[in-house]
Ligand binder design. Structure first.
Ligand code: HEM
Length: 461
């Protein structure tokens, strides 16, 4: 109802808008198509409709918490096989969302962050030792994924996954990526003819990945139950704490869902953000030089100096680089919104509860109405306070919005700034001169095959 949604030209019967759709870069194809089709558009794949919101103005409208809430795309629904009613995939009416939210918010407050700071320092040491021992260029994504994986498992569950002890990526990461890919495929097949058969086949193929992940998590929980240990980490809170008002606690299934959620939500996103930031620093030597001047000013002459907890927020320039990288390529490239009651949008389109629109962050983040005509340029100083002040509300949303926004935002930002500061202070970075940015799509976005050559540097103090 309302106006009809524009869609890409050349729609085919049954299969829909599959012309030119490369399944390995489906999101990027959607972005390119939607950019041509106005603020709100649709595309249909095997009968499943996807609705895309592309402008900062429409994003602001959809972020109005009084009228809209988190929406559930088929891909997020498929993820429920994995995360169940864990924080990320829970429907708002499920009792475990408010329960887990209230129990876990304190686990990201300042006193907890001070404890995680020590974990971040330690895993950064391990990454730099690991890279330092490598001849030739290092693979950025691989190292960053080891780092973020170790920091979430150690900070949240006090468990060392031994990522730096082997050249290989931890098998959990492979299982997770496979499970996420299958989830996305399921999402596009949900309305296809024979889709249910195809989904059943995917689920069978994927079952051992899921079983492996669940075994791993159950082992983390049962070991803790047997041996006790750090009661103040996320796992300790989930096992020990009762809700202050209702006295309720999370049961074993809920705890497993939360752990899987944190393992997934907590590491690939941050790893991608670190990798994109490094990519832009490698492309913009003058930005890199300013960031290094800042590390010299704060950390001084010792290239191996480590920032204190209080120093991390002082890396203002580095933080702007990270913010700007997340503007250009938000690693969670979209989130969906659904109306609480039937609404007519400013575009004239009607939406009913259950309908959803996916906010296409790479387009919103480069909307010239909000960001100016140079929106495609990497310019960290956009985030200077004096230049941010007049910016359109809700035009920058890498961590989502409202009550369902990212619970791990501070965790990710503190970790990322700390790692970048240490890396840039200790090393000069040399790019592969032939590198062209290609974007790999998992559930998140990552720069594909980015490498860097590291040379020990002497800080200018
Ligand atoms: C939710 C982005 C790091 C845990 C979200 C959402 C976004 C996001 C966009 C909202 C999704 C939606 O509306 O559907 C990011 C980015 C990160 C990051 C870009 C890194 C740069 C983390 C970390 C953790 C985490 C480190 C855990 C330690 C979660 C959880 C939710 C969430 C549990 C669901 C919250 C809820 O619905 O109650 N994140 N995230 N994220 N994130 Fe993050």
């Amino acid at each position: 109802s309302g106006q009809r949604l524009p869609h890409p030209p050349g729609r085919l019967p049954i299969v829909g808008d599959v012309r030119g759709l490369d399944p390995r870069r489906a999101f990027q194809t959607f972005v390119e198509d939607a950019a041509q089709l106005g603020p709100l558009s649709a595309c249909k794949i095997f009968g499943q409709q996807f609705v895309f919101a592309t402008t900062a103005e429409l994003c602001a409208e959809l972020c109005d918490e009084r009228r809209f809430e988190k929406g559930f795309t088929p891909a997020v629904i498929a993820l429920r096989d994995y995360g169940g009613d864990g924080l990320f995939t829970a429907y708002r009416h499920e009792p475990n969302w408010p329960l887990a939210h209230d129990l876990l918010v304190p686990a990201f407050a300042k006193t907890s962050m001070e404890r995680y700071h020590e974990v971040f320092l330690q895993v950064t040491r391990e990454l730099l030792d690991w890279w330092g021992a490598t001849e030739g260029p290092v693979v950025v994504g691989k190292g960053m994924t080891k780092l973020t994986m170790e920091s979430i498992t150690r900070a949240a569950f006090s468990r060392d996954f031994g990522s730096f002890e082997s050249e290989q990526t931890h098998p959990f990461v492979h299982a997770m990526v496979a499970a996420l890919r299958a989830g996305q495929q399921q999402g596009t097949l949900s309305a296809a003819p024979l889709g249910r058969l195809a989904i059943a086949r995917l689920k069978r193929k994927n079952a051992h990945h899921l079983a492996y992940s669940e075994r791993l998590v159950d082992d983390v929980v049962s070991t803790r139950r047997k041996e006790g240990g750090d009661q103040e980490d996320l796992l300790g809170i989930m096992l020990e704490e009762r809700h202050p008002e209702t006295g309720e606690a999370l049961d074993d299934t809920a705890i497993r869902n939360q752990i899987l959620t944190f393992l997934v939500a907590g590491h690939e996103t941050t790893s991608g953000a670190l990798s994109f930031t490094l990519h832009y620093l490698l492309q913009h030597r003058e930005v890199l030089a300013r960031a290094q001047a800042e590390t010299d000013e704060i950390l001084g002459a010792d290239p191996d100096a480590e920032p204190t907890f209080e120093q991390v927020p002082k890396f203002r320039y580095l933080r702007r680089c990270l913010d700007e990288a997340l503007r250009m390529w938000p690693t969670v490239p979209g989130f969906a919104r659904t109306p609480k009651q039937e609404v007519t949008l400013s575009t004239g389109h009607r939406m009913r509860p259950g309908d959803w629109a996916l906010i296409m962050l790479p387009l919103v983040h480069r909307d010239p109405v909000a960001w100016g005509e140079d929106a495609d340029q990497f310019d960290p100083d956009r985030f200077l306070p004096e230049r941010s002040r007049g910016r359109m509300k809700h035009s920058y949303k890498p961590f989502g919005t409202g009550e369902r926004s990212c619970i791990g935002r501070q965790f990710a930002l503190h970790e990322a700034v700390l790692v970048l500061a240490r890396l840039l202070h200790a090393y000069d970075l040399e790019p592969d001169p032939d590198y062209q940015l290609r974007i790999e799509e998992r559930l998140t976005l990552l720069p594909e095959d980015l490498t860097v050559r590291l040379k020990r540097r002497v800080p200018v103090a």
